[in-house]
Design a protein around this ligand. Sequence first.
Ligand code: HMG
Ligand code: MG
Length: 316
Amino acid sequence: MPPGDLFVAAPSAVSIYEVGPRDGLQNEKQILPTDRKVELVEGLIDAGLRRVEITSFVNPRWIPAMADHMEVASRIKPREGVRLSALVPNMRGLDGATRAGMQEVAVFMAASQTHNHKNINKSTEEALRTYRGVVGEALSRGMKVRGYISCVYGCPYEGAVPLDDVLMVCHELLDMGVYELSLGDTIGVGTPRQIEYVFRGLMRSGISLPQVAVHFHDTRGTALANITVALQFGIGTIDSAVGGLGGCPYAPGASGNVATEDVVYMLQGMGVETGVDLDRLVAISARLGGQLARELPSKYLKAHLGHCARLGQPVY
Ligand code: HMG
Ligand code: MG
């Protein structure tokens, strides 16, 4: 298909940041055994993913599905060209990640006060104070630090979130030294014009867009549309979860992250390189659906399963 000029600003390649093993599994009823988690991460890397968030060093009383963080992180061997990361909410989490040999961590907070109280038991100001120490310490240990901001497009408790609150948290985290901001539509309420509004706001406030990743949940079916808007702003990193797994336990009603295979399929069709082997990826997704004993939300997976059923072919 000859290129038109609608997507002229879209990059020729993007980096997919896979959050399935963490954001995807943290809210699953059926807790995946550690062996299966390790296999999942290895499989994702084999399928071409080069950035994978593998677990979170949070309190297991809050998130039981991530209680095996130390074992998962210790068992996955570093590979050339692959960056593994883990969520850390405080110094204790950072120390755990350091002991497990992680070289990259991510701090996370919301742009809304209530979500911060529910999710990390801190006000926005307390979270910023905590992370100033955590990010500084991680950098002094030679780690890279990513910063998540959730509820950018809406909060399950407060509704609309003022753009100024989002920008304030963005600038604070950048000032601490995070190398990238991941802007989360935690409850999947964003629509394309709103993405444009937020991105224009980021640009006006002097934030360089190559430092920004998009993190959409597909709760209301708008994630891919939102990604196409972000691509036109030249965004280079897209967060997604294999199978469309996920949801934040402290964001009622939040369903899956946009599925990695749906993103890769769309980007391939648009001529945007991801380095991911779609056949291998959908095979992982199909296997994962079986392990979790549920139908995963990914649209590409559903099409694949339907196709295999019609032709009598194995799904993986
Ligand atoms: P707290 O209860 O305020 O912590 O929790 P505390 O400092 O008062 O300590 C209480 C107990 O927790 C103590 O144990 C600590 O040792 C322990 P005790 O003495 O009572 O036995 N503790 C820990 N244990 C293990 N690992 C730790 C840790 N820290 C303290 N790191 C805390 C505060 C932040 C720890 C808690 O609220 C927590 O773990 N929250 C995590 C919540 C979470 O993971 N949510 C899902 C993240 S998803 C998200 O945020 C959105 C995102 O995916 C993007 C998007 O989708 O938009 C990123
Ligand atoms: Mg998410």
